[in-house]
Ligand binder design. Structure first.
Ligand code: ATP
Ligand code: MG
Length: 333
C-alpha cells in the first residue's frame, strides 16, 4: 500500500514531532519571559516570524526529500530479493539510523545467500543420492520381473501386479526429482501419440485383465510436436488413477476429438469439494483417503509436466459416475 500525500504529511509531522515541540516550547518561553519583564512584544515578534518562515521553507524542503526517499524505498520492495542490496547500494542515506539499518540489511542478505547456497548444495546432493538409489532399486525389480515371466499362477500374477506398482512409484519419484532439477531437458519432436498410448497401455495390460476392466480405444495415428517421454509419464499417471479408482468390471475409454486426448473412466468419481484442489501437491481428497497408499503426487506432477509441455489439462468428474481427463494438444503442432 502506498501512503497518500495527506497520510505521508502526517507521518512527516509525527517523525519531526520532537523538533516541532522543542521550537514551540522555546518560542513560548521567550514570549512568557518578554511578557513578565514587560519588554516590547515586537522585539520578539519580528525575529520569531522570520524564524518560522525560514523553518517552514526548511520543512517543505525536508518534506520533499522525505517523500522522494519514501517512494524510492517503496520501489525497492518490488525488486527481486537478490537485487535488493545492490539497489540499496546506489541510494544515498544521510541519516545515521538508515545507515545502520542498511548494515543490518547487508548482514541479513549475506546470511540469506549463504543459506540459499547451502540449501542448493544439499538439494543437489539429495537428488544425486536418490537418483543413485532409484537406479539401484531398478536392478532387483527387473530381475524379479524376469524371474516371474515364466511362472503363470495366481500368485505370480499378483506379484507381477505389485511389482508394476512399485515400478510406477519408482518412476514417479525419479521424475519428481527431474522435474525439480533446473537441468531437466525436454526433447520436442514430432511424436506419434497413438503409438505412445499403445506402448504405455501394454504395460498396464495385465492390470486391465486382472481387474476385468474393459478398454475402449478410439485412437488413430496422430502426430504432435511434444516430448515423448514426459507425455508417456502424464498418460501413465492418468491411466493409473483411472485403474485405481474404477471398480472391477468397469470401463476406461480413450478417444481423440478435435486435438483433445480424452481419458474417461466409469469409476467412483471425485466429489465437487475435492475437484478444485485435485492438482495440489499431496492432495488426495476423499478417494485418496480410502486408498491408504495414495500419495497425492501423481496429478500434481502431471499438471507441472503438462504446463511445461504446453498442454492444458482439464478434469471433469461426477461422483459415482466417473472421471474424464482432457489433454488439449492443439498448441503442440
Ligand atoms: P498417487 O498418484 O501418488 O499414487 P493418488 O492417485 O491418490 O496417489 P493423484 O494421482 O495426485 O494421487 O490424484 C489425486 C486425487 O485425485 C486422488 O487421491 C483421488 O482422490 C483423485 N482422483 C484422481 N484421479 C481420479 C479418478 N480417475 N477417479 C477418482 N478419483 C480420482
Ligand atoms: Mg495417482
Amino acid at each position: 500500500m502506498i501512503l497518500t500525500n495527506k497520510m505521508l504529511f502526517k507521518q512527516f509531522l509525527k517523525d519531526h514531532k520532537t523538533l516541532i515541540f522543542c521550537l514551540t516550547l522555546l518560542s513560548l518561553t521567550y514570549f512568557i519571559c518578554f511578557l513578565i519583564f514587560r519588554v516590547n512584544y515586537f522585539i520578539f515578534l519580528y525575529p520569531t516570524i522570520i524564524f518560522y518562515l525560514i523553518f517552514i521553507i526548511y520543512c517543505c524542503f525536508e518534506y520533499n526529500k522525505f517523500k522522494k526517499k519514501y517512494l524510492e524505498l517503496k520501489q525497492i520492495l518490488n525488486v527481486d530479493v537478490d537485487q535488493i542490496v545492490e539497489i540499496i547500494d546506489t541510494q544515498a542515506f544521510d541519516s545515521m539510523e538508515l545507515k545502520e539499518f542498511y548494515k543490518i540489511v547487508e548482514k541479513i542478505d549475506r546470511e540469506f545467500k549463504k543459506l540459499k547456497n547451502q540449501t542448493k548444495y544439499q538439494n543437489n546432493k539429495l537428488e544425486e543420492d536418490i537418483s543413485t538409489w532409484i537406479h539401484q532399486i531398478k536392478i532387483p525389480i527387473t530381475a524379479m520381473k524376469l524371474n516371474l515371466e515364466d511362472i503363470d499362477s495366481n500368485q505370480s500374477r499378483e506379484l507381477k501386479s505389485e511389482l508394476f506398482r512399485i515400478e510406477l512409484y519408482v518412476e514417479m519419484i525419479l521424475n519428481y526429482f527431474r522435474l525439480k532439477s533446473l537441468s531437466t531437458d525436454y526433447i520436442f519432436v514430432k511424436t506419434d501419440i497413438n503409438l505412445v498410448i499403445r506402448n504405455e497401455l501394454k504395460r498396464f495390460a495385465s492390470e486391465f485383465i486382472k481387474r476385468k476392466i474393459t478398454l475402449e480405444l478410439h485412437c488413430e495415428t496422430f502426430n504432435y510436436v511434444t516430448d515423448e517421454k514426459w507425455l508417456a509419464f502424464v498418460f501413465d499417471q492418468i491411466i493409473s488413477n483411472a485403474l485405481k479408482y474404477t471398480p472391477n468390471g468397469g470401463v476406461i475409454k480413450i478417444s481423440f476429438i478435435d486435438d483433445n486426448l480424452i481419458i474417461e473412466d466409469s469409476g467412483i468419481g471425485i466429489s465437487s469439494n475435492d475437484l478444485p484442489r485435485i492438482f495440489e501437491r499431496g492432495y488426495t481428497g476423499y478417494n485418496g483417503r480410502i486408498d491408504k497408499r495414495a500419495s497425492g503426487l501423481g496429478l500434481y506432477l502431471t499438471k507441472q509436466v503438462c504446463d511445461n509441455l504446453n498442454i492444458p489439462i482439464q478434469l471433469e468428474s461426477k461422483l459415482n459416475k466417473g472421471t474424464k481427463v482432457i489433454l488439449d494438444l492443439k498448441n503442440t503442432y
